[in-house]
Structure formats: C-alpha cells, structure tokens
Ligand binder design. Structure first.
Ligand code: COA
Length: 335
C-alpha cells in the first residue's frame, strides 16, 4: 500500500455567449469552411461584460467540490493553471480564493500554458505523496477572448481560442496497484521555442516600461504563433511523452480506456491518433464546441467524460498536452 493521489470530483464552466465561425466572418476575413477544415472548430464561448476568469473558475470549482462531496473548508490548497491571468499579478487564483471564502489555505497560479493543468496535477501529486497536503483543488482557467486581435491581421490565432474553466479535487488515499489514483506523470519543456508562440508585451523584458505606444502600434501585445512550427512539434512530442508515461506506469496503450488530448486542433489530434493507431472512440473531443481553452481544455474534457457516463471505476485515462513554452506532458490515471 502506498499513498496515491485520487481525482474524486470534476467540474467545468463556460460562458453562455456562443461565438460561431459565421460570427467571426463578420469581424475578419475568414470563413467557416477554413476554420473547420484546419482546426475542426465550429464555435467557441466568449465572456460577456461583467464576467471574469475567477467567476468561471468558481463555478467549475463548486461543481468539482460538490461531485467530490466536500466543501472548501476540506481543502489544503488550490493550484490554478492559466496563461490569461485576471491581473498580471497576483494572477487568478487569489480572486478565486476570495470568491470561495477559502480562509487562509495557500493558492497560486501555475504558468505552463496549454500543459498547465497536467503540470498542476504533477504539483498536486507531489504535495500529496510527500504528505504536505491531503486534498487540493486543481484548475485550468482561461479567458482568451479579451486578448485576441479580432481583425484580419490576427485571424490565424483569434479563430482558434475560447474561454472556459475546468476543475478537479485531488485527494490522498492509501492504495495498491489496482486502486484508483495517478499512476504516472511526465512533464517536459524546451525554452528555445518560447518565442514561436507567445505574447511579448506587456512584459518586464521591455525597458523602461512594459508596454509603449510603439509596441501597441506594432501589435506586439497580441498573441504571436508560428502555426506550422507549433503543429510539427506537437505531433512529435505528444505521442513521445504519452509512450514514456505509459511505460512508467507499466500500462500498454491497448489497455487505456480513454485518451484525453489537449484540444488545440483536431488535425493535430488526428495525426497523433493515427501515429499511435488508437481507436477514435477512445479519444473524445470538444474543440468543435469550445475551441482551444488552453489549460482548461483537458479538465473540461475530463468533466464531460465523467458526467457523460464514459468513465467507470478501474478505467485507465491517459491525458496528454502540448503548448507554449514549449511545454508538454502526460498523466496516466486509474479512475
Ligand atoms: N481564415 C482564413 N484564412 C486564414 C486564417 C483564417 N482564420 N488564418 C490564416 N489564414 C490563411 C493564411 O494567411 C495563409 O494564407 P496565404 O497562403 O495566402 O499566406 C493560409 O491561410 C494558410 O495559412 P497557414 O498558416 O499555412 O495554414 P495552416 O494549414 O498551417 O493552418 C493553423 C494554420 C494555425 C490552423 C495550423 O498551423 C495549426 O493548427 N497550428 C498549430 C496551432 C496550435 O496548436 N496552437 C496552439 C498550441 S497549444
């Protein structure tokens, strides 16, 4: 018997406002056909005035807590992954902490972009197995819509991203090899690609101030992405890290019941699925409805799988992501 980290509750939340590809056609030179063919996306959600990242995170968190059968007073800590913080500092998690009324438990934002949720699970797993904490709330939460260039200039990125939040409660439990819990985690990064997918400003790398009228005029405050470059790395790194994590867990790919891939682009996932020769039925997707919600994509997918009745106790779930940094990782769980 060893101490392992068990996911005991899931939740998600998206804004009500649906933005279809046709809606985007009205704002920039793009087409429903181009977007669907290149990415699989049909629509995404954008916040309306008055909605905030911590508001989305709160709904996802409360759903996860309810599913776990515990209250905020039962938590020892909160880890929230985001690349779109509510304020540059302190981030998003502190506003969530306030909304939840979380007394004085620690919380922090974790920045590993689209791999952020898996990095956060890795941190939670370490906290639990080292005995520092018993139960944590782990979230991915993004509001991309307020940071996208909605003109034709920004169309390559703007059409891909959406807003949403996903949450899980992770709890320590003594168990054997056949019991529920995280079986293996592998995370990686390669900083030399950081400028291939990033937002340059505002940033403390700029002197003497973090953003200037020139930077704004040049559009360097919008996300910049070298799409094909990112694509090539994603389709290599995702199968690689998934294989590495399954090996560590001692699980064969055939024995995985559900593969949850980061929802960046349906074509990336098609390429990964084909390379691994895994059945489509084991690879749910929600990018068609939500776009790329970065750190929130995988926990949203997990919540949909759980609430949709696609997960049973004992199932093996393999979650794999790739994103800006570059970062990538995989987590294999027995449900
Ligand atoms: N609507 C219409 N046309 C668009 C467009 C849009 N939204 N965005 C770009 N285009 C145009 C380009 O300007 C280009 O036109 P040109 O040939 O006249 O120059 C053409 O479409 C092809 O662009 P390209 O970038 O070569 O397309 P692509 O086949 O590589 O697909 C992505 C673009 C972004 C869909 C693809 O590269 C991708 O998915 N990359 C990975 C992105 C990703 O996963 N990011 C997040 C990682 S976490």
């Amino acid at each position: 018997m060893t101490l392992r980290s068990v996911i005991v509750g899931t939740g998600m939340s998206v804004p009500d406002r649906v933005v279809t590809n046709r809606d985007l056609e009205a704002r920039m030179d793009t087409s429903d056909e181009w977007i669907q063919q290149r990415s699989g996306i049909r629509e995404r959600r954008h916040i309306a005035e008055g909605e905030t990242p911590s508001g989305l995170a709160e709904v996802a968190a409360r759903r996860a807590l309810e599913a776990a059968g515990c209250g905020v007073e039962d938590l020892d800590g909160i880890v929230l992954a985001t690349l779109s913080p509510e304020a540059d500092f302190p981030g998003t998690s502190f506003f969530l902490h306030e909304r939840l009324g979380a007394d004085t438990i620690p919380c922090f934002d974790l920045r590993a972009q689209c791999s952020g949720f898996l990095y956060s699970l890795s941190v939670a797993d370490g906290m639990i197995r080292s005995g520092q904490m018993r139960r944590l709330l782990v979230l991915g939460c993004e509001v991309h819509s307020t940071g996208l260039d909605m003109s034709t200039e920004g169309r390559d990125v703007a059409v891909l991203f959406g807003d949403g939040a996903g949450a899980v409660v992770v709890e320590g439990a003594e168990g054997g090899a056949d019991d529920a819990g995280i079986l293996a985690v592998r995370i990686h990064a390669e900083g030399r690609h950081a400028r291939r997918l990033w937002i340059e400003a505002p940033g403390s790398g700029h002197y003497p101030v973090r953003v200037t009228p020139e930077i704004l005029a040049e559009g360097r405050h919008w996300p910049h992405m070298e799409g094909r470059y990112v694509f090539k790395h994603a389709v290599t790194r995702m199968p690689e890290v998934l294989g590495e994590t399954l090996d560590t867990a001692g699980i064969k790919a055939d024995d995985v019941d559900l593969f949850l891939f980061h929802q960046a682009n349906l074509r990336i996932n098609e390429a990964v699925i084909q390379a691994l020769g895994i059945p489509h039925v084991k690879c749910p997707s929600n990018i068609q409805r939500y776009g790329n919600c970065s750190a929130a994509s995988i926990p949203m997918l997990l919540d949909e799988a759980q609430r949709g009745g696609h997960l049973e106790p004992g199932n093996i779930v393999a979650m794999t992501a790739f994103g800006s940094g570059f970062t990538w990782g995989s987590v294999v769980v027995r449900w």
